[in-house]
Design a protein around this ligand. Structure first.
Ligand SMILES: Cc1cn([C@H]2C[C@H](O)[C@@H](COP(=O)(O)OP(=O)(O)OP(=O)(O)O)O2)c(=O)[nH]c1=O
Length: 189
């Protein structure tokens, strides 16, 4: 039986996988996250997930390594994690009253097999006032999250509606991932 490694520092991804009863360790490598703009956005996000997983898989060839990446797309604009509070404010202003896509890329790698996939969830925000934005930034919640919000936290107050996988927004499309992992299990038998 192979061991699983989650190649991510995200506490949300760890929690989501733990809730599913998967036994795994966390090993993450610092990689330079560069989102390609010459390919389709979903493919570029998958590629980042792949790079995160591959950096760890190289040192752990006997494990099944899971990498993930999440970005927020508003038309042609793509938001990762805000660099500072000013950028968080700009992202929240842009998302206010609009519908955006949360794109999650996932890569699962073993020595024998590599699967990458992406998941898109539509999220619509109510209009958000400057005061709400200021209060929200003061909470500290936006700073380590793509699009500067956390749907699972105080950020839920902005959400008018959602279409698609909620858990993809939180950081990991767990149900699809478990199905992919089941394929790796079969391969191991
Ligand atoms: C939109 C949204 C994102 N997020 C989080 C999920 C991810 O942790 C983060 C996006 O940043 P990522 O760069 O995808 O991941 P990370 O830096 O947290 O972790 P690692 O690269 O080590 O895997 O935003 C939420 O927690 N809630 C939300 O509603």
């Amino acid at each position: 039986m192979r061991t699983y490694i989650l190649a991510s520092r995200s506490p949300r991804r760890k929690e989501l996988l733990e809730e599913m009863g998967l036994s795994f360790t966390v090993v993450s490598m610092e990689i330079e996250e560069h989102l390609r703009t010459d390919i389709d956005l979903t493919k570029a996000v998958e590629q980042l997930a792949y790079e995160k997983a591959e950096a760890v898989a190289r040192c752990h060839p006997d494990s099944i390594v899971i990498g993930a990446d999440t970005v927020v797309a508003l038309g042609a604009q793509v938001f990762g994690k805000p660099k500072d509070e000013m950028q968080a404010r700009e992202m929240l202003r842009a998302l206010s009253g609009k519908r955006h896509q949360v794109i999650g890329g996932v890569a699962v790698l073993s020595a024998q097999q590599q699967v990458t996939f992406s998941c898109v969830t539509n999220v619509r925000f109510y209009p958000i006032s400057e005061t709400e934005i200021t209060d929200y930034i003061r909470s500290g919640e936006p700073m380590d999250k793509a699009g500067a919000y956390g749907i699972q936290g105080l950020g839920k107050r902005f959400v008018e509606g959602i279409e698609g996988d909620y858990f993809n927004v939180v950081g990991l499309p767990v149900s699809r991932l478990l199905r992919v992992l089941a394929g790796f299990e079969t391969e191991n038998r």
